[in-house]
Design a binder for this molecule. Sequence first.
Ligand code: PEP
Ligand code: MG
Length: 584
Amino acid sequence: MFGFTPVCVALSMDSCNLVHMPSSSPLTSHSGLVLHGVPVVAGVQYGPVIRPGKPPDLGGALAVPDLPEDARAPEVERFRAAAAAVAERLRERAAHATGSAAEVLSATASLAQDRGWLGAAEKQINQGAPAVRAADAAIEQFVEMFTKLGGLMAERVTDLRDIRGRVIAELQGLPEPGVPIPEEPSVLCAEDLAPADTAGLDPALVVALATTLGGPTSHTAIIARQLGIPCIVAVGGLDEVPAGTSVLVDGTTGTVTVDPDEAAAREAVADAARAAQAAAGWSGPGATADGHTVGLLANVSDGAAARAARQTPAEGVGLFRTELCFLNTDTEPSVQTQAGIYAEVLEAFAGHKVVIRTLDAGSDKPLKFAGHAEEANPALGVRGIRVATANPGLLEHQLDAIAVAGKRTGNAPWVMAPMIATAEEAAAFADQARARGLTPGVMIEIPAAALLADRVLEHVDFLSIGTNDLAQYTMAADRMAPGLATLTDPWQPAVLSLVARTAAAGAAVGKPVGVCGEAAADPMLACVLTGLGVTSLSAAAAAVRPVGAQLARVTLQQCRDAAQAVLRTAGAAEARAAALAVLG
Ligand code: PEP
Ligand code: MG
């Protein structure tokens, strides 16, 4: 039970980082305070804080006495109907969403209908518990179990509690908990956001996101990127800011200014909007001001996301995360089914480069049909290409399907394998891909592969650097751990040194080296990556224009100077400042 649902970890913040900023407005108790977090989506917005509604107060509902025998069967029906209504509403929202948002909403809908917890609750009702008490106890049973298991399972606890709140509110005839619909453009602040909440946001009303928890690659961040609204995670002290307080969110510097001077805040928003407008007018192709070309590509998760990305100046797909198509699939999809899914993406970008990544199953994205064993450290275990060792058929069938899709659409796909650690693994994958007429490459996500990129390149035609995992493995910091977000920051100079080394290996033999991790979505960092010698950048579709516009403002020499300055720094904050000083 409980396939992949995005990660929200319920921890409490025990320290915060409060710095004062000069303000011309009269000081209130919070006025001018600047809170710091990890910036994940650039942009500046100002508005009052809204916070998600609290789950229903169970209070007396838990003390209600047991039901008489004859009331139990109808109560089971009432409970089933409530869970089904919650699932149906989530599915309806999924049908109106696209890409990751649709994925998140349908995963949460499946959780609402999960037989494991429904069965546990029904058992309790049949023993006399009223539905509210049974729902609460059944979820709590799984929360306890998952918390004890720790790691990935513990990260599902927020999802479970989210479902409990929704089903109980339905049973009590109360409005569904979650994000209130604001009356004016507002900034949504929370400890962490339930996946279904972030997926349903209206970017016209919720203009920015800030959370106390969450990491730069959490799904809150991924959805914010898709919506194109500024987002900062791991913001120390955010919990102290009450709803209704005005805040200025700067998703470029990672700061939340509490109760700032209103005129200055509105000016900062207008400045950022002017820059965004310049970006909106940018129509590609990717190049620096002096004409050095950089391929600007989109990361997609399915055909719908690819079609949406085609509406941007993206020149192709740099990363198609195929595992995201099968998160709720119980059995291995047939070659023909897979080919149909891949063909949709190839068709959306007919005549353009499409890089299909083979299944990155395992760790935070377990697939039911991949046969994952219980592991103490799944991020260091059998994930990505390693799954093929125990289950070679999965990779063979997928490559067959990619080849079929390529032939059917007339668009020859590039394929790449995730989690490559050695040149031998790269060689074996390249042989399998070439045997099917596919252009092989591998992802560089493990420091070992970056260090020996020259040897890996003897076997493949291109490399694509996954900075999300490269940061995780270089810094020995779990990319999902909110408390470690400053370590997994892709601006860490140690991570960028490995990027530099990999890009140099590609340049030496004239083979392309791209970046497809979240680092490529940061306009300033995109310039630094270009200066380090990266030949293409692949990011969420919403990031393509801001990245392209920023690159078009600077020269290759500026990018190179920024890259050299960054490599001399000792930490991520220093690296950002060094790049900003060169790039302006
Ligand atoms: C990465 O690790 O940077 C990457 C692009 O892969 P994923 O985020 O899917 O692990
Ligand atoms: Mg990865």
